[in-house]
Write a protein that binds this ligand. Structure first.
Ligand SMILES: Cc1cc2nc3c(=O)[nH]c(=O)nc-3n(C[C@H](O)[C@H](O)[C@H](O)COP(=O)(O)OP(=O)(O)OC[C@H]3O[C@@H](n4cnc5c(N)ncnc54)[C@H](O)[C@@H]3O)c2cc1C
Length: 637
């Protein structure tokens, strides 16, 4: 018998994972997305910048900042040793957190979406950076998303004289060098999905004298008081706040967190603008991010947008923040998948490599299919937002053409897809993290804050908040359904989708998608569905997920036929003809599996080749000779 050497704490077997690749250079789906959505001259300009930024995103320096932000969690000090209140609550955040913010903002993670450099494509470029940034931001992507949304909102209200403080506000929010961070305070104890029962009150009370005609940003005409139950980015410079005026209706206000005063000694200083941190919240994830309950006492604020139209006004902001939510979810999921794939490369089990283990490979392939379909939905929605705000470029792929004909139709489709993409991608990604965790066995479940590089748990707990804030899945499903069932919206949306389906050249895919839309639109038709809207709403989640499957399917099929890429074609086939990609329990199974009913060509015949395709989808290569069998070949039964 050979002599056996016992392992010790320092000797024996240790698993070593390969380092993460540069995400801008190794993520084939991301590269494909950018090639499709960006014209060559813009792509060639941004590619080297993205590579540099992505190299930083996986660097030791950024990992050290994340580790620091994870271990040094924020806290608040309100009073000095004598028990007296400070002039403002002192919110202490980690160095790592601040550095991660500065790194992203100075690289234009907000600014790119508002600078003219990339014209009509600016939002796509911004999210190309955001996709790299989010997984490495330790949840700083949250304040970034709110600030980005705020920029769009303020930009819509810049038709005011040059000395109006909104110009200064906009310049600070979009600055790379001296950026302001913005928050949105909507949710109260009485409810976040339905904010109309708000208990925050705004009283018109202008200062007797102010700087210039409009006053500084801290010299607004209203005083706001109330209690806000969730405030992320409590370390912000400025907040957008919903409050009720004397009419009882909600208006939107903007207030800086600090105001300048002259004290009893004639000295100018900054004190709180009536904002008191009641307490910081302990959360499941996003622990680096200071989320607080706030008491507002006479917060001096400017009204923004029309009075009594607060919800409609804030929607301009929310619809940008939501695009950040789903790009963040995809960024973090891609990182988790790369970690799980690195593990599969390193691990052997029953003396065979895990990366070619048939069932493991199938699991990874299914994840790749999902991620690819959601990337399409995400970047399509993002580009639509970019074009809706800045105009359609002349060289568009054909499925955009009907949208480009009218801003009205583009806006209608964008509205449906923003709520749908946010809900479906954030929810589905949250579930997919579990698969990444499990794919790494026990170590996947470890949550070591000081070692962020391979920590799937960190990515999961941080990303899961995206399924709740800015609208839960069901609230967004309700929004999608209500929007599509209003007036002539279903018909108009149907015209766009049918036009897009006609562009799909593969006859089986085209027929399946056409029939799927027929079946889905019937479920949305409140005039024919029994009991009307309440029944349609009861099916809201299924409707929304099936719609996401359908739109992603169209985009996958169109992308595949663009250059005949074989992997893209295989993924499109799995999605459209085999109903992959969306958590099945959230869909109408009879719609996403329509091909089985209408085809006499059973897909199972391809099973012989399927393992090879799994390998191409996951690893980009053919299944190697000697690939794992997946069982102990010599085993005696
Ligand atoms: C990490 C984190 C950060 C946050 N940051 C902020 C922030 O910065 N600013 C801010 O204002 N808020 C913030 N929130 C709050 C968040 O936006 C709300 O929690 C969310 O909108 C839900 O509101 P609620 O908690 O009151 O739940 P409710 O509104 O009470 O919802 C409870 C349940 O009812 C369901 N429901 C409610 N209405 C409907 C409907 N119409 N149709 C179908 N189902 C419905 C929901 O889906 C949910 O399952 C944050 C939350 C988290 C977790």
């Amino acid at each position: 018998m050979p002599s056996l050497t016992p392992s010790t704490a320092d000797e024996g077997y240790f698993l070593t994972l390969p380092p993460l690749g540069n995400p801008a250079e190794t993520d084939a789906v991301y590269q494909r997305m950018l090639e499709w959505h960006l014209p060559p001259h813009i792509l060639s300009t941004v590619k080297p910048r993205l590579s540099q930024f992505a190299a930083e995103a996986i660097s030791d320096q950024v990992n050290a900042w994340i580790g620091n932000a994870e271990t040094q969690q924020p806290y608040v000090k309100s009073r000095n040793v004598w028990g007296a209140r400070y002039d403002r609550d002192r919110l202490v955040t980690s160095e790592g957190w601040k550095k991660l913010g500065k790194w992203g903002l100075s690289n234009g993670i907000v600014a790119i979406g508002y600078e003219d450099t990339f014209g009509q494509h600016r939002r796509i470029v911004q999210h190309a950076f955001n996709y790299i940034y989010s997984a490495a931001s330790a949840a700083y992507s949250c304040p970034v998303s709110m600030t980005s949304g705020a920029c769009r909102l303020v930009r819509h209200h810049l038709e005011v004289p040059q000395d109006h403080p909104f110009h200064y506000l906009y310049s600070r929010l979009t600055s790379r060098d001296e950026p302001w961070i913005s928050a949105q305070w909507m949710t109260e104890r009485v409810g976040g999905s339905d904010v109309r029962n708000s208990e925050t009150v705004a009283v018109y009370s202008p200062l007797p004298s102010k700087t210039g005609q409009f006053g500084r940003i801290d010299e607004g005409d209203y005083l706001l008081s109330g209690f806000k139950f969730f405030s992320s980015a409590t370390d912000c410079n400025v907040a957008f706040i919903l409050a009720k005026t004397e009419s009882g209706e909600l208006s939107l206000f903007v207030a800086p967190t600090l105001k300048r005063i002259v004290d009893d000694n004639g000295k100018e200083k900054e004190v709180t603008n009536g904002i008191h941190i009641h307490r910081l919240k302990n959360k499941f994830g996003t622990k680096e991010l200071p989320t607080a309950e706030l008491e507002l006492r006479d917060v001096r604020a400017h009204i923004i947008g029309p009075k009594d139209r607060g919800i409609a006004t804030v929607a301009l902001l929310l619809n940008v923040t939501r695009t950040h939510n789903f790009i963040t979810a995809l960024s973090c999921l891609r990182r988790a998948m790369e970690i799980a794939k690195g593990f599969a490369r390193a691990r052997t089990t029953i003396d065979q490599p895990l990366w070619t283990f048939p069932m493991h490979l199938r699991t990874l392939a299914q994840m790749e299919v999902k991620h690819r379909g959601w990337m399409h939905l995400a970047f399509f929605t993002t580009s639509l937002l970019s074009y809706a705000d800045h105009g359609f470029p002349s060289d568009l792929p054909s499925h955009y053409k009907p949208l480009a004909e009218s801003t009205e139709l583009a806006t209608l489709v964008l509205r449906a897809l923003t709520s749908t993409s946010k809900a479906v991608i954030c929810k589905s990604a949250t579930l997919a993290f579990q698969e990444c965790q499990e794919a790494m066995g026990g170590v996947g479940y470890i949550d070591e804050p000081e070692e962020p590089e391979f920590n799937v748990s960190r990515l999961w707990r941080d990303t899961s908040s995206n399924a709740v804030w800015e609208g839960t899945s069901n609230v967004l499903a309700s929004e999608t359904v209500r929007h599509l069932t209003r007036g002539g919206n279903l018909k108009a949306f149907g015209r766009w989708i049918q036009h897009s389906i006609v562009q799909v050249r593969n006859p089986a895919s085209q027929e399946t998608l056409r029939k799927a839309w027929e079946a889905l639109s019937a479920k949305l038709d409140t005039t024919t569905v029994a009991v009307g809207l309440p029944s349609v709403l009861a099916n809201g989640r299924q409707i929304m997920f099936t719609l996401a499957w359908l739109v992603s399917g169209i985009l996958l099929a169109l992308d595949a036929q663009r250059d005949g890429n074989v992997v893209a074609n295989e993924v499109a086939g799995r999605w459209v003809l085999e109903g992959e990609g969306i958590p099945q329990e959230f869909c109408f199974a009879d719609i996403i599996h329509l091909y089985w009913k209408i085809s006499s060509n059973p897909v199972q015949a391809r099973e012989i080749e399927r393992r090879n395709w799994d390998c191409r989808i996951v690893w980009g290569v053919d299944l190697p000779r000697g690939a794992s069998a997946g069982y102990r070949v010599q085993a005696k039964i």
